[in-house]
Design a protein around this ligand. Structure first.
Ligand code: GTP
Ligand code: MG
Length: 205
């Protein structure tokens, strides 16, 4: 398997409509594989991106939930691209903004045929929200390859991890899913995450 140099990532652009989604150079004649990072606002998407790439602030983290309103694209040259989705389920956004979010997601997944894996991030301290369930259902229905990332795992005990899995895993993904507990603070599962992503990136190379 090709060794990936995670630190070579760079931020490319932000887009909310397909005209503004970037296209990336082919890799050995094939489409550049794209990995999606989605989840509720404040779940730790940007922190995961910074930790994954070993960079302090390639993605902006925030204390104000819902700041990211469009998709941020990143490129790891000669390997893959990454799309950081805007967080869903931000209680304060208007119905109008929620509809826009849904529209943007539909347009994104309809046009990006190069998506090879979707990371669905859920805060391991809490049960899945209604929106988490809808997102998982949508991925299951469309048979998209998913990796469930249970974030902020530094905040919970071993017992609580077991409990989370026993209570929610099979109802979210009845046909099973790859998962890991992740912490941007302690870097728990960072190597495992990189390995799983290397596998999906390299499956066609
Ligand atoms: P939006 O872009 O607003 O949707 O948020 P996001 O999902 O990108 O979350 P972000 O990475 O900005 O993190 C939100 C808050 O959670 C910040 O205050 C982070 O410091 C904190 N946080 C993120 N990951 C972890 C983690 O693994 N452990 C702990 N303890 N805190 C975390
Ligand atoms: Mg963010």
């Amino acid at each position: 398997m090709k060794k990936i140099d995670w630190r070579t990532v760079s931020f490319v652009s932000t887009g909310a409509k397909k005209e503004n989604f970037p296209s990336f150079p082919l890799i050995k004649g094939k489409m550049c594989p794209e990995i999606v990072i989605g989840g509720k606002s404040n779940v730790g998407k940007s922190s995961l991106i910074n930790t994954l790439f070993g960079r302090k602030s390639v993605a902006h983290t925030s204390k104000t939930p819902g700041k990211t309103k469009a998709i941020h694209f990143f490129l790891l040259p000669e390997a893959s691209s990454f799309a950081d989705l805007p967080g869903y389920g931000w209680a304060k956004v208007s119905r109008d903004l929620k509809d826009k979010w849904n529209e943007m997601m539909e347009e994104y997944f309809e046009t990006r045929k190069e998506v090879v894996c979707t990371l669905i991030l859920i805060d391991s301290r809490h049960p899945p929200s209604k929106e988490d369930r809808l997102f998982a259902e949508w991925l299951n229905f469309h048979k998209k390859k998913a990796l469930l990332v249970l974030t902020k795992s530094d905040k919970i005990s071993k017992e609580e991890k077991k409990k989370w899995l026993a209570s929610h895993l099979s109802s979210l993904f009845p046909e099973g899913v790859d998962y890991l507990f992740f912490s941007s603070k302690t870097k728990e599962s960072l190597l495992e995450l990189r390995m799983k992503l290397s596998e999906v990136i390299c499956q066609n190379c």
